[in-house]
Design a protein around this ligand. Structure first.
Ligand code: ES4
Ligand code: ZN
Length: 325
């Protein structure tokens, strides 16, 4: 049988990863102590924090962990450690979301630390990386505009795009259309979480209203055969995350023959494998590939196709994508 090490060795791109959701539990614990943040309630241990069975409860844990990261050095550390973990899993290129609004810390401090972490990872690990602010859709479109502009001022070349995340239904993508228009006009790449907790119409909305050619998760697409055909023809890239579905959707069994990631692949959609919030979902990027192969019907040819589609759909330049493939 094929070992985890085999999947670790495959050179790949990670396109769907959240900085705050990548913080190692032991780092969270250390930073909480150092910063005097009460991460755990009396009588709670770390395992109690990593206990959730829906998107809302997961996001509460995510927010609690985000609260321990305070100084620029802290942001530097968690960024570098996240990229180091990606590199160990065989990632050569990483595009990750940040959630600046999840911290009670000035954006200036956050971006300084994150950008230093990225620079150090490029030097020390030999990987390339971009970040994109994830817009918490619960904030609403007006707050999102201000938020995006602040990020764009601080992000420089490291900020390649913009994303939309957090609790999905009943927050359709459409109200964010003016912001996405502005971001695309300014040269930013765009993606959005859709069809994880929301309906197929939100996947269509991310394409039609927001101009996305890349969709994070997208599982509900399988509820609409006409939309599946459209996404196949338009070669929309879906950044899927197997282990996430065990905690945030009703697809708890990854071996289920009706699991949407399996169905999306069988329907001929462009599906990449990603890790989302690895320690929160008790996984790594390499392990997600192993799960796709072992539990979701991906052949080695499917795995290779997914990796190549991920590289092609990344935000690297054409030359960089050719070099990586
Ligand atoms: C997320 Cl799994 C998931 N869904 C929506 N928003 C998120 N932010 C971090 N992980
Ligand atoms: Zn995500």
């Amino acid at each position: 049988d094929i070992s985890t090490d085999f999947f670790r060795r495959l050179p790949k791109a990670e396109l769907h990863l959240h900085l705050e959701g990548s913080i190692r539990p032991e780092t969270a614990f250390e930073l909480a102590q150092k910063n005097g943040v009460a991460l755990l309630k009396p009588g709670q241990d770390l395992a109690d924090l990593y206990d959730y069975d829906d998107l809302a409860k997961f996001l509460n844990a995510y927010t609690a962990i985000a609260g321990v990261v305070l100084s620029a050095d802290d942001f530097h550390r968690v960024t570098y450690e996240m990229l180091e973990d990606c590199a160990v899993s065989g990632a050569r290129h990483v595009e990750f979301f940040i959630s600046p609004h999840a911290h009670d810390v000035s954006f200036d401090v956050q971006f300084r630390g994150i950008r230093r972490g990225m620079a150090e990872a490029r030097d020390a690990l030999g990987i390339s990386c971009f970040m994109a602010p994830g817009i918490n859709r619960e904030l609403g479109p007006e707050a999102a505009e201000v938020y995006f502009d602040t990020c764009a001022q601080l992000g420089g070349d490291d900020m390649a795009g913009v994303g939309l995340d957090y609790f999905e239904a009943p927050y359709p993508p459409d109200p964010f259309a003016p912001l996405y228009d502005r971001a695309r006009a300014a040269g930013y790449q765009v993606t959005a979480h859709a069809g994880e907790g929301g309906p197929a119409a939100y996947v269509a909305g991310a394409m039609d209203a927001l101009g996305c050619r890349r969709i994070d998760h997208g599982y509900a697409v399988m509820d609409d055969p006409a939309l599946v055909a459209r996404c196949r023809e338009a070669q929309i890239l879906f950044t899927c995350c197997p282990s996430t579905t065990k905690y945030t959707t009703h697809w708890r069994d990854l071996t289920d023959p009706d699991h949407p990631i399996r169905k999306m692949k069988e329907a001929g959609l462009n599906v990449t494998i990603n890790s989302d919030d690895p320690p929160f979902f008790f996984t790594t990027l390499a392990q997600e590939y192993e799960i796709a192969y072992r539990d979701m019907g991906f052949t080695l040819a499917d795995i290779k196709a997914s990796i190549l589609q991920g590289i092609q759909g990344s935000w690297l330049s054409q030359d960089q994508r050719v070099a990586l493939a």
